[in-house]
Design a protein around this ligand. Sequence first.
Ligand code: GAL
Length: 692
Amino acid sequence: MGTVTCDRRSFLLDGRRRLLISGEVHYARSLPEEWPGLLDRCRACGLDAVASYVFWNFHEPERGVYDFSGRRDLGCFLQLCAERGLKVILRLGPYCCAEWNYGGFPSYLRDEPGIEIRTWNAPYIERAERYLRRLAEVVRPWLYSNGGPVILVQIENEYNNVAARYGEAGKRYLAWMAQLPRALDLTVPVLMCEGAAPGAIAALNGFSLDDRRIAEFRAAHPGLPLSWTECWTGWYNTWGYRHHYRSARNLGFHLLRFLGHGGSFWNYYMWHGGTNFGRNSMYLGTTAYSFDAPLDEGGEPTAKAFYLAGLHEILHRWEPVLLAGEPRVEVDTAECRRVVWSGEAGRLELELELKKQRGALRGNGHEIWVSDHECECAAPCWCDGGGGRDWEFAREPRPAERRDAVFSTEVCEQLTLTRDRSDYCWYAAEAEVTTPGPQLLTLEAAADLVYVYWDGELLGSTPLPLAENRGPTGEGAMTVGGGSSLERTEGQYGVQFAFSAAAGRHRLEIWCVSLGRCKGDWMISGPMNTECKGLWRPVRLNGRALGPWRQYPGLCGPGAWSRSPAAGPQWLRTTIPVAPDVLAAAIDFRLAATGLGKGFLRWNGFELGRHWLLPGHGYGADESWQDAALDGLTLGPDGEPTQAYYRIPPTLVAAENRLEIFEEQQADPRRIRLEFRVGKTSAEPAAKQGDE
Ligand code: GAL
């Protein structure tokens, strides 16, 4: 059966050197019926392999309940890859990151007594091994060594980001992880990106790999191929911030530079971003995970895909020259680098203008140029597919109407109540005002977005936008900037509301809404299992702690439907008809969610994801990403909603469609439109000749 080996120059399959051009496609971010088309397009763009994370919480949604069927049918995805001659790099987790809810961890991990995540901790190791053992059964038949497409497995992810926190215990954990695939009889080489333990193949991630990083890598791993496991094609988007884009020519320049360093394996992260359906997004991550990837959210090729497909075609033609020996650096100044490959198969010359970020690769009668020109193709044209026929509205019951209260003296943290099965939790208490006039309500810790109701009226909500990295939520998490203003100290959780009230007893209801779990320690400056949602420190009126509390986790669902809109949290539903000719011609659909506030969308019973029409300003993440402008990162228009459109996979669209919306704020549903796209995007890239 097949063998996968590597040396300093490249990976070798069955002893044959390979240039390995891979693209990340998360099968969890599209539907199984879309996988064949997506993978065809990967192949057509000259990819040799696809990479995907396997998200633990996608496959073990409840403790001990495994699911590898339907949307979770990993075996089916691997078979489709095999049928197309695509190799697979499977990123097994158990920790993934990827802007996926809780970085891929199942939420119930936080309930395991004594657990510490991503370190040498018995309860964690036991759960992780149990899951990986089950996963290994699914993956084993698809390994290259067993005749399948999976040539490499990755274990853990970017441990360097957290290594300092876990010290010696972390090292022991990582070493154990590195040997685990082998122990589970996964007989292909093991990759570990940005933090490898002995026995695994180290690899690098980034927008670009600069000379210093490459030199360090070469010095540390003289016998390993230079592997770029995540070459970022764009960046993800977070609610309240502007869109991220990455220029294709900049990407092209950095790829050529990487080749000049002798790189022979890279993986575009993402090649297809797809959609965070349902509640799969991390905290603050938008529902669309487009990532400005070469295949757009609906899987159609963009200008970037055509550009890279051209590059791949020529690189594959030159593969024997590129891989015959080490590239030789002939000129290396601050301005210019010239690198030459020469051997029996021919001669290639790479010339890079380092400051101008331009370059050319020439030889054997061909040339590839990275110039100042950006590649462009016309933006897809979306057509109006109509709106809802009749709208109906139903209130979501308020605490006073609910019978499912959880009582406590002090506030009870939200995830303990919801187990992350819902974004929502109400907190209700009585508030006694002794001195009429100005009042100050202090929520010492509140996440993520809270709405405060006073005697049934909305008093206010969390100041926006929310920061992506907010500091620790565990014990000692503080809180509010002093004074009586409505300020919130950046990066923390305190919120204050100044208002006026009459003397007497009042009804205080605080509605807490989660925006997804953190993806890694750095978002909360603490271990992931210490993340909190809802309220977890005292709520004070003029300094006095309030209580006892009644908590209402989750939503009740629509009560009685009516024709008149309700105020505040409510359900909306309608039918949207789609004409037969549109159904036949459309290749993709989306909802223009104009008129909506925030909530989630359900289309024919399928959870499309969260919606939020919040306008985007600024970079998001931390502003240090501004440096990424050097790596060709640009921003979308200021002030437009971070996500205005919500994708609907075509296979979910029928002649009559039921759209159901949960809306937290307010909605003018007359403005919601279904839009569709027809036809193929100009010519599909030429299919690569099969080399199997
Ligand atoms: C990397 C991480 C990926 C993804 C990416 C950025 O650091 O390994 O999983 O999160 O960043 O989007």
